[in-house]
Design a protein around this ligand. Sequence first.
Ligand SMILES: [Mn+2]
Length: 322
Amino acid sequence: MNPNDVKEVFNLINISQEICIAGHKSPDGDCIGSVMALYEFLKPLNKNLTVCVDGAIPFNYRQFVRQGIIADKYDNREFDLLFILDCSDAERLGKFKDVLKNTKKSVCIDHHKTNESYATINIIEPTMSSTGELLYDILKTSGGKLTKQIAEYIYIAILTDTGRFSYSSTSSATHRKAAELIELGVNVAEIDNTVYNSKPSNVVRAFIESIGGIELYFCNKFGVASVTRDILERNNVEMGDVDGVVEFIREIKEVEVSCVLKEYGEKNTKISLRSKNDIDVSAVSVKFGGGGHAKAAGFEIEDTVENAKKILIETFKEQFGE
Ligand SMILES: [Mn+2]
């Protein structure tokens, strides 16, 4: 993290009145936690704040995001300053992507190694566990007091993007920062219960149906399952609510790469990949126009779930020497 960049970020905040905070579409815990932490940090500075995140907030994060805080649509206006968090490329802003084109000064804060440094100032740290952890480092340099509320948002971002402090991106520094957040008042058990132990039964049923379709290939090293429109409709749930399928597949002992295919439309399939050890799934993801990390990446294929699955199996055939 370049100290001059951070200084310039706070300088830009000082001289800006209309500030937009944007995250990536189909927001996850890191995106929501980071966006909301920055929102809470900027709130007392009496700026006009706009939050842009495309896609439904998953049910387990809804209580952390006050109703009406997120803009419905982008009206093409220009902001003095735009923050883009946890977003590896501008396309991932979804329906808000024009905000980057229309705003002169932008700051991107991210930890995806595939980040294309598309903003005016880019603070990109691929070794960080989460955008939340990186944002925490940045906010700490302000010297201002971080509230319990900010600490909670940062904690949610770190907790969820480290898989409850289990991924290899979790460093001793990550744990030290988590300790500081707890000292600021974060209730660990309460957050855990809200984020992980609060699923409506229909969401769990949709999860079980999705998991029920697991297919294993290449001596069980590659596991794949789909979340289809059918499953969602049958159980009356939103796509964003069915989380953790790809992580669940990875729990199988032999699985090296797990994959979930999400049917967003008849010819719109979103793919998430997880790697347990050495296979870099971000390389595969980039080939298909996506991005991510070595152990967690994603992209879209404009085809049916079944065809996308065939493409994925073919793609990993070589990796597993078949
Ligand atoms: Mn992230």
